[in-house]
Ligand binder design. Structure first.
Ligand code: BTN
Length: 263
């Protein structure tokens, strides 16, 4: 049953459906299954405890009971969004970042394409998964996991990037349902400008390591280094190689790390 506090936090949002689970394997898997069965745009799947959460590049993401946020939003792509599906995960990152800035006075940065960092530690992970129903119809499931209390932070040996939680960063208790409502409100607002330069500008302004030397690693562990110039209107990363030329990478292909200092 939907907890009363959650119901009241979401009361004024234009969500088509809310599916709440005390325990679930993965809210993304559930939302994808619902989308295949015709779930409407704006269907929210949320769980208190997620034990088989899916992360990017085949990693997993656990959400302990009462400790974090794990939710997925079904978004039926509109015609003009079909050529911008890669921007849905930055849309989520920007929406989460704005809640941290506006409600918790934090200064988050976005590690391209979409991890939200506070003081260099990961606080939120995002996994957007798309299903194409036909060449003209697609659904995006936007999955977001946010660490709220210290119990949500995985042990250091289980993560490849240092992690933290909102309560430690803000130095006070954080109402997770309030954070959820803010994220959804921002997703709906930013979605309206997804294909605009204003959206790319807001994302770019929060990019971690922009202007710095970074290393990109592909699935075969090959790396390329260069200066992180920013992103293209399609959301690809622009890298300036040491020889001076610019190359671009899409989010599915590479993993970003700050480059090791050569000094
Ligand atoms: C990552 O950083 O690798 C992405 C993690 C995404 C986790 C969220 S939690 C809610 C949603 N359901 C899932 O199974 N995964 C996403």
């Amino acid at each position: 049953m939907l907890p009363k506090e959650l119901q009241s936090a979401l009361a004024n949002l234009p969500l088509a459906e809310i599916r709440y689970f005390d325990t679930i394997g993965s809210t993304n898997a559930e939302a994808l299954a619902l989308a295949e069965k015709g779930a409407p745009d704006g269907c929210l799947v949320i769980a208190d405890h997620q034990f088989q959460g899916r992360g990017r590049m085949g990693r997993n993401w656990v959400t302990n009971p009462g400790a974090g946020l794990a939710f997925s939003l079904v978004l039926r792509a509109r015609t003009r969004e079909l050529s911008h599906l890669a921007l849905f995960s930055p849309l989520a990152a920007l929406s989460v970042s704005r809640v941290l800035e506006d409600d918790l006075s934090l200064t988050p940065l976005i590690k391209w394409p979409n991890d939200v960092l506070v003081s260099g530690k990961k606080i939120c992970g995002i996994l957007a998964e798309a299903i194409w129903h036909s060449p003209e119809t697609a659904t995006v499931v936007l999955g977001i996991g946010i660490n709220i209390t210290p119990a949500s932070v995985p042990p250091p040996d289980q993560v490849i990037f240092p992690a933290a939680c909102l309560e430690a960063a803000a130095g006070r208790p954080v109402d997770r349902w309030h954070v959820l409502a803010g994220c959804i409100q921002n997703i709906l607002a930013y979605r309206a400008i997804l294909d605009s330069p204003a959206f790319i500008d807001e994302w770019t302004a929060r990019l971690a390591f922009r202007g710095e030397r970074i290393s990109l690693e592909n699935a075969g562990s090959e790396t390329v280094e260069g200066i992180f110039l920013g992103v293209t209107p399609e959301g690809n990363l622009r890298l300036k190689l040491d020889q001076g030329q610019e190359v671009q990478f899409s989010a599915g292909d590479v993993h970003l790390r700050p480059a090791r200092s050569h000094s």
